[in-house]
Design a protein around this ligand. Structure first.
Ligand code: NDP
Length: 246
C-alpha cells in the first residue's frame, strides 16, 4: 500500500543500518527519498539504486551531522531537489561506550553534536517547510530510559535529550497538523551493534524475546508513524525493542 505516495522524505544517516532500511521502506511506501551520509559514499550509492528500483526518486547528500550547517543545508537541498518536504527522519547517530572517567569533553561534544544538536537543527530547518500532515520521526534508543550496564552515560544522556525535544516539537507544531514522535529501538543487528558482537549475549539476556531485531523492524515503525496510520500519534515514544524490560 502506498501510504506515503506523493510525499518527500529526508532521512539522516541513510547509507547503512536502520537509516538505509527506512529509506527503502519509505520508497516502497511511495515517497521520494533524500538521505544523508557521512563516509559511506559507495553504500549510499547502493541505497540510491534500491530506491530507484521501486520507482521513486532518490538523492544522497554527503553531510556530516556533526556540522550544523551541513545538516541545515541538507534540508535546503532536499527541498530544492524535490520541491517540498513531508517527512523528516532523524536517524544518524554515533556512540562512545566508556566509563565516565574515560570519557573526554571532546567525546561529549562529538556525541551531543551528532545525536542531539543535529536533531534540533534538522527539525528546526524542516519545520519551515513541513505543512499539515508533516512528520518528524526521531530514532532514539531504549538506553534513553533504561541502562542495563556500565559505559552508557554519554550515549544515554544524548538519547534522553530527544524525549524532551520530541515532546516540545509536538507542542510547537501540533497546531499546524505536524506530528513529532520518537522511536526507541532495542538491540538491532547493524554495524553499530552487530548480533555477533562482544556485547551481543548481554543484550539478548535483557530482551524478553531473547534475540536481536532487524533494521526492517524499526523501518516498519517509521512507516506506521509516517503514514495516515500515524496521524493521531504525536509526542509519543514507541519502543521497538523486543521487550527490553530492565
Ligand atoms: P549504523 O552505525 O549501522 O549506521 C549509522 C548510519 O548513520 C550510517 O548511514 C552512517 O553513515 C550515518 N552516520 C553516522 N555518523 C554520521 C554523521 N556524523 N553524519 C551523517 N551520518 C552519519 O547505526 P544504526 O543503524 O544501528 O543506528 C541508527 C540509529 O539508531 C542511531 O541513532 C542509533 O543510535 C540508533 N539505535 C541503534 C540501535 C542498535 O542496536 N543498532 C539501538 C538503539 C538505537 P556513514 O556510514 O556514511 O558514516
Amino acid at each position: 500500500m502506498n501510504t506515503a505516495a506523493g510525499k518527500v522524505a529526508l532521512i539522516t544517516g541513510g547509507s547503512r543500518g536502520i537509516g538505509a532500511a527506512t529509506a527503502v521502506r519509505l520508497a516502497k511506501d511511495g515517497a521520494d527519498v533524500a538521505f544523508t551520509y557521512n563516509q559511506s559514499a559507495d553504500r549510499a550509492a547502493e541505497v540510491v539504486e534500491q530506491i530507484k528500483a521501486v520507482g521513486r526518486r532518490a538523492l544522497a547528500i554527503q553531510a556530516d551531522s556533526a556540522s550544523a550547517q551541513a545538516v541545515q543545508d541538507a534540508v535546503s537541498e532536499t527541498v530544492a531537489e524535490f520541491g517540498r518536504l513531508d517527512i523528516l527522519v532523524n536517524n544518524a547517530g554515533a556512540a562512545v561506550f566508556a566509563p565516565i572517567t574515560e570519557l573526554s569533553i571532546a567525546d561529549f561534544d562529538h556525541i551531543v553534536n551528532i545525536n542531539v544538536k543535529a536533531v534540533f537543527v534538522a527539525s528546526r530547518a524542516a519545520a519551515a517547510h513541513l505543512t499539515s500532515g508533516g512528520r518528524i520521526i526521531t530514532i532514539g534508543s531504549c538506553a534513553a530510559t533504561r541502562v542495563a550496564g556500565p559505559a552508557y552515560s554519554l550515549y544515554s544522556l544524548s538519547k534522553t535529550a530527544l524525549i524532551g525535544l520530541t515532546k516540545g516539537l509536538a507542542r510547537d507544531l501540533g497546531a499546524q497538523g505536524i506530528t513529532a514522535n520518537l522511536i526507541h529501538p532495542g538491540p538491532i543487528d547493524t554495524e553499530m551493534n552487530p548480533a555477533d558482537g562482544p556485547t551481543a549475549d548481554d543484550n539478548r539476556a535483557v530482551v524478553a524475546l531473547g534475540k536481536y531485531g532487524e533494521a526492517w523492524d524499526v523501518a516498519a515503525a517509521v512507516s506506521y508513524l509516517a503514514g495516515e496510520s500515524g496521524r493521531y500519534v504525536s509526542g509519543a515514544e514507541l519502543a521497538v525493542d523486543g521487550g527490553y524490560v530492565v
